[in-house]
Ligand binder design. Structure first.
Ligand SMILES: [Mg+2]
Length: 260
C-alpha cells in the first residue's frame, strides 16, 4: 500500500489517449458530493457534460462503478445512460446495454432488514436502505450514533452466512460476499470497448480499495478522492478538485481526437 499517494495535480495526463484509456468512476463522493440524505445528491450539469464528452472521445469506454442500484445512477445522470456496475458489482450493464446480475439470497436480506428496522425505529435520524443483494444503514444525520450503528449491524449479521460488512462514510453496508468493485472492473475489462485499454479508477471510500488493487494489477491509474489510507497511487483533495481534473482530461482527449 502506498503511504503517500501523489497529488493528482502532479499527474501528467497528456500521456493518456482516448483510444487506450478505460475510465471507471465511483459515484457518491467522487462525482457527486456526499449529502445528508442519499436521495438528495446531484451531479452538477457541467460534470454531466464532461462525462458525455469523455464517453464520446473514448468511444464508450467510461463506466460508473457504485454501491447504488443502476436505476438510481440513470436517474442522477439523465439523459446519459452509461455502462454501470451497481450494488458493488452485483448488477452490471455493459457497453452494449446487456444486463448481468449475480444471484443473492433474498431471504437473508429480509431477515437483516427486519432486525435493523427495529434499530432505526428506536433511533430517529438513522435509516435503512435496502437494495437487491445489499443493505445500508445510514447515520449521516446522527454521527453520534456511529458506534451504536456498528454494534447493531454486527449483532444483526451474527449467525447469517456469506455476508460482508463495509464501513463507509456515515454508512455501514452489508452486502453479499459474491461481488466486489474489483470483480466489476475485471468484468468490464474483459469486454469491448474496455478490453486492452489501460484502466483508470477513481473513488473515495473503503469499497473502492478492491478496485484500486485490481487496477494496479493491470498497470492502471488509481485515484483516491479525499483523505484516508489508500492503495491508490494518486489522491485528489475533494470532489471539486476531481471534477475539475476530469474536465481537463476531457479537453485533452478531444485534442487527441482532433489530431488523430
Ligand atoms: Mg463513493
Amino acid at each position: 500500500m502506498a503511504d503517500r499517494p501523489e497529488p493528482l495535480q502532479s499527474f501528467d495526463h497528456s500521456g493518456l489517449t482516448p483510444g487506450s484509456t478505460a475510465i471507471f468512476l465511483d459515484f457518491d463522493g467522487t462525482l457527486a458530493d456526499i449529502v445528508e440524505h442519499p436521495d438528495a445528491v446531484s451531479v452538477p450539469l457541467p460534470t454531466r457534460e464532461v462525462l458525455a464528452r469523455l464517453e464520446r472521445s473514448t468511444q464508450g469506454a467510461l463506466a460508473i462503478v457504485t454501491g447504488r442500484p443502476i436505476q438510481e445512477i440513470d436517474r442522477f445522470l439523465a439523459p446519459l445512460s452509461l455502462p454501470v456496475a451497481g450494488v458493488h458489482g452485483l448488477e452490471r450493464r455493459g457497453a452494449g446495454g446487456q444486463m448481468s446480475a449475480k444471484s443473492v439470497d433474498a431471504a437473508t436480506f429480509t431477515t437483516l432488514g427486519d432486525k435493523l428496522g427495529a434499530f432505526t425505529a428506536a433511533h430517529p435520524g438513522t435509516m435503512v436502505e435496502t437494495k437487491s443483494g445489499s443493505l445500508a444503514l445510514h447515520y449521516r444525520q446522527r454521527p453520534d450514533l456511529g458506534l451504536a450503528c456498528a454494534a447493531a449491524v454486527h449483532e444483526a449479521v451474527d449467525g447469517l452466512q456469506g455476508l460482508h460488512i463495509l464501513h463507509g462514510k456515515m454508512v455501514i453496508e452489508v452486502k453479499s460476499g459474491q461481488a466486489t468493485k474489483a470483480d466489476a472492473v475485471a468484468a468490464f475489462m474483459d469486454e469491448a470497448p474496455f478490453k486492452g485499454r489501460v484502466p483508470l479508477f477513481a473513488g473515495d471510500d473503503v469499497t473502492d480499495e478492491d478496485a484500486f488493487r485490481e487496477v494496479a494489477r493491470a498497470s492502471g491509474i488509481s485515484i483516491k478522492i479525499g483523505a484516508g489510507d489508500t492503495a491508490a497511487v494518486y489522491r485528489s483533495e475533494d470532489t471539486d478538485a476531481f471534477r475539475m481534473w476530469l474536465s481537463r482530461l476531457a479537453d485533452s482527449f478531444e485534442t487527441h481526437s482532433l489530431s488523430a
